[in-house]
Design a protein around this ligand. Structure first.
Ligand SMILES: [Zn+2]
Ligand SMILES: [Zn+2]
Length: 279
């Protein structure tokens, strides 16, 4: 299990990605539901400052400081630069927890900024990207990238033995090249991501507040049929719909039945409101 998430539009949203110890957003209830896993979190990436995405931060930081666990591990929080609400809130949290036992580091991020999670042979990093949500503040989505190596095109027809020979003679960089692979994309709240944003990502978390177009009053949240259009020919392997409005009841998956054909080669999951999601 790599992913734990809880999300209900307007109420709370958070996604925990355990391989990199990342929490995306920190809505209400995150500390309660993650329980002692809160000590494993190393990075928190906030998509924007709406209450349903940040209100669990205080409890998380406070609990981590006081409960039984590894209280000395540092915690890094990232957010879209210039977000006054988040800055005020973090200032307040620091003031109320002046006895913090761990380093709480806060980093405002610019559009396109990269945060390295691990360096070395196969570096991994997060890249922030702007999304359309509200006009009053900047909102981000986040990509998780891994740098991988592949055989250069001109050597692909050679045998293993020949490749090994070349590699021995001229070094491995001669036969292989590095490329960036998108492993995970989290949309945050948005009207809709762009095709280039979602292209070739393994796992796409896309907000899907509405299943019916007529339910959307303003152009700030996504609708299922637009997401279906968006992911066409993008090589996505897994689509996870989250930030779903509570109005669709206990069986929101019924809305997917109209799109069986479009979704036949994709693993689709729904983070149901009121239910802890694990994958
Ligand atoms: Zn929201
Ligand atoms: Zn929002």
């Amino acid at each position: 299990m790599n992913i734990i998430a809880y999300s209900k539009a307007l109420y709370t949203t958070w996604i925990y990605y355990s391989p990199e110890r990342i929490l995306f957003d920190a809505g209400e209830g995150v500390a309660t539901l993650l329980n002692n896993k809160i000590y494993a979190i190393k990075h928190i990436f906030l998509t924007h400052g709406h209450v349903d995405h940040i209100s669990g931060l205080w409890a998380l930081i406070n609990t981590r400081n006081n409960a039984m666990g590894d209280r000395e591990k540092e915690l890094n929080i990232y957010y879209p630069i210039g977000n006054k609400g988040i800055e005020e809130y973090l200032r307040f949290i620091k003031k109320m927890n002046s006895d913090l036992r761990f380093n709480l580091n806060v980093f405002p991020l610019k559009d396109g900024q990269i945060v390295y999670l691990r360096e070395g042979n196969q570096p991994k990093y997060i890249k922030a990207f702007s999304v359309v949500h509200t006009y009053s503040e900047k909102s981000f989505g986040y990509h998780l990238y891994e740098v991988r190596k592949r055989l250069k095109k001109e050597f692909q027809s050679l045998s293993q033995k020949e490749i090994a020979e070349l590699s021995r003679k001229y070094g491995s960089d001669y036969v292989s090249e590095k490329f960036e692979k998108k492993i995970l994309t989290v949309s945050g709240d948005t009207y809709l991501l762009k095709k280039e944003d979602v292209f070739d990502t393994d796992i796409l978390f896309h907000e899907c507040t509405f299943f019916k177009k007529e339910d959307r009053k303003y152009k700030n949240h996504a609708v299922l049929e637009d997401i279906i259009d968006l992911i066409k020919d993008t090589k996505i392997k897994t689509l996870i719909l989250y930030h779903i409005s509570g109005r669709y009841g206990k069986r929101p998956e019924r809305f997917l039945e109209n799109f069986k054909e479009e979704l036949k080669n994709i693993n689709v999951h729904i983070v149901k409101p009121d239910k802890l999601f694990k994958l």
